[in-house]
Ligand binder design. Structure first.
Ligand code: ADP
Length: 499
């Protein structure tokens, strides 16, 4: 085989990245380009879909150049993407009809309130595994149909296409020949029935969205068409063979192929997914049910919980309080004291996400004494990341009926050994950091590589995954319980603060 590398397109919220992986799952080239964030009104966020495409192409060019390869070396392309962000475009011209509405955008919150008031919550939850929230794509599609002049008529006539970012990139890569998404991305739209694996007609009726808009939903590893010749960056005929939303791709990249396995991505927020196998578990503890991936005519489900502020609390110490110069300083500062001296920091800066779901909670620094110094506060911030992750892991354990055997960690903050050790201590289970922490890109690459035979099975992939370091819990249970009980007391005081 002459083509031995995979190109992973990692299209994120602030930048478009491209990574080239070799057949042993190692990164040999990376390219990255930031793009513009548009904030037309408070709480509204938009992206320019054409800019997303252009920056993706440029990132690809950079990654290939760094790898010293050309598109002739690429066996397949995998796509992973910011989820839920919504694009509508004209099927004939390929022109977006409006800027993309980003997952963070709150413009459809009033519509969500109406849907809830009309009593639709149970139906949506049952069919989609999600809660009715502006976060997901469905109400964003509806908003565009209601607000772009003449759009509804064109949509009903079949002239408009809807896609999340994966779908948009597939369309562009294939020169408009393929209008498809994968099950993991579809499961974030609020329109997809995660049990029947089809768009839900009842929900489409309630939201007044024509089926003619929707892409075909396919397994995450398989046929998504082939590239056309693209501006000398990519040649024609490269298969697009793997697609998954960013968090699901990270779970796959962590080789979390078996039920009960959990990964946490420690970025700005913390994103946890637990593989629940062939069962869509309806959460009773504030989590979402979602599709992890479709592979070999089987679908794997996951429980998901998101913590809004994780690494962002460290950014706040740096840019808001200015008590550190860089995120890396936090490790030595935290280690310079034996504990926080009873200080807890609850970083509920934008309310609390899973499993608490309290939009009125606000940040809290509590337990201060005359003895409190800078290192105590820094340590309390790192510990807060770990406590919040424990809150979600506990919810997952309760829903799944048993705790995970270990937690696989990735994201920017995992280079902090103090955080990793404290996480293991406060969970009472090992925390494992892999060699390749670019698990999102790796997940997309391996989904694609499986489809074209570069790897044969998930067993092969599990062998590619290597631990860099395993953090074993060392804290005596009595201390763990005392510290965590303190966190829970602090949390109660932070809840419902904003009247
Ligand atoms: P995102 O993809 O959300 O932008 P990244 O995965 O790039 O995030 O991780 C960046 C986050 O990790 C930042 O919020 C930063 O504060 C945090 N971070 C980076 N290095 C460290 C460190 N050594 N200790 C703690 N947090 C860190």
């Amino acid at each position: 085989m002459t083509r031995t590398h995979i190109l992973a397109l990692d299209q994120g919220t602030t930048s478009s990245r491209a990574l080239v992986f070799d057949s042993r799952g190692r990164i040999v080239g990376v390219g990255q380009h930031e793009f513009t964030q548009h904030y037309p009104q408070p709480g509204w966020v938009e992206h320019d879909a054409d800019e997303i495409w252009q920056t993706t192409l440029r990132a690809t060019q950079g990654a290939l150049a760094q790898a010293g390869l050309t598109s002739a070396d690429i066996a397949a392309i995998g796509i992973t993407n910011q989820r839920e962000t919504t694009v509508l475009w004209d099927r004939t011209t390929g022109e977006p009809v409006h800027r993309a509405i980003v997952w963070q955008c709150r413009r459809t919150a009033p519509l969500c309130d109406e849907l809830k008031a009309a009593g639709h919550e149970a139906l949506f939850r049952e069919r989609t595994g999600l809660v009715i929230d502006a976060y997901f794509s469905g109400t964003k599609v509806r908003w565009l149909l209601d607000h772009v002049p003449g759009l509804r008529a064109r949509a009903e006539a079949g002239r408009i296409a809807f896609g999340t970012i994966d779908t948009w990139l597939i369309w562009k890569l294939t020169g408009g020949r393929v209008h498809a998404t994968d099950y993991s991305n579809a499961s974030r739209t609020l329109l997809f029935n995660i049990h029947t694996l089809d768009w839900d007609d009842d929900i489409l009726r309630i939201l007044h969205i024509p089926r003619a808009l929707l892409p075909e939903a396919r397994p995450s590893s398989g046929d998504f068409g082939e590239t056309v010749e693209l501006n000398d960056v990519l040649s024609a005929g490269i298969p697009v063979a793997g697609v998954a939303g960013d968090q699901q791709a990270a779970l796959f990249g962590q080789a979390a192929f078996w039920p009960g396995m959990v990964k946490t991505t420690y970025g700005t927020g913390a994103f946890l997914l637990m593989n629940t196998g062939e069962q869509a578990v309806s959460s009773e503890h504030g989590l979402l049910a979602t599709i992890a991936w479709g592979l070999d005519s089987r679908v794997t489900y996951a429980l998901e919980g998101s913590v809004f502020i994780a690494g962002a609390v460290i950014q706040w110490l740096r840019d808001g309080l200015r008590i550190i110069d860089s995120a890396a300083d936090t490790e030595a500062l935290a280690r310079s004291v034996p504990d926080t001296g009873g200080v807890y920091l609850v970083p509920a800066f934008v309310g609390l996400g899973a499993p608490h779901w309290d939009m009125y909670a606000r940040g809290l620094l509590v337990g201060l004494t005359r003895g409190t110094e800078r290192p105590h506060i820094v340590r309390a911030a790192l510990e807060a990341i770990a406590y919040q992750v424990r809150d979600v892991v506990d919810a997952m354990s309760a829903d799944a009926g048993l705790p995970p055997g270990e937690l696989r960690a990735d994201g920017g903050a995992v280079r902090n050994d103090f955080l990793m050790q404290f996480q293991a201590d406060v969970l009472g289970i090992p925390v494992v950091r892999p060699v390749v922490t670019e698990t999102t890109g790796l997940g997309a690459a391996t989904l694609a590589g499986l489809a074209v035979g570069l790897w044969r099975s998930t067993d092969d992939l599990a062998k590619l995954w290597r631990a860099d370091r395993r953090f074993e819990p060392q804290m005596p249970p009595i201390d763990r319980n005392r510290l965590y009980a303190g966190w829970q007391r602090a949390l109660e005081r932070a809840k419902g603060w904003e009247a």
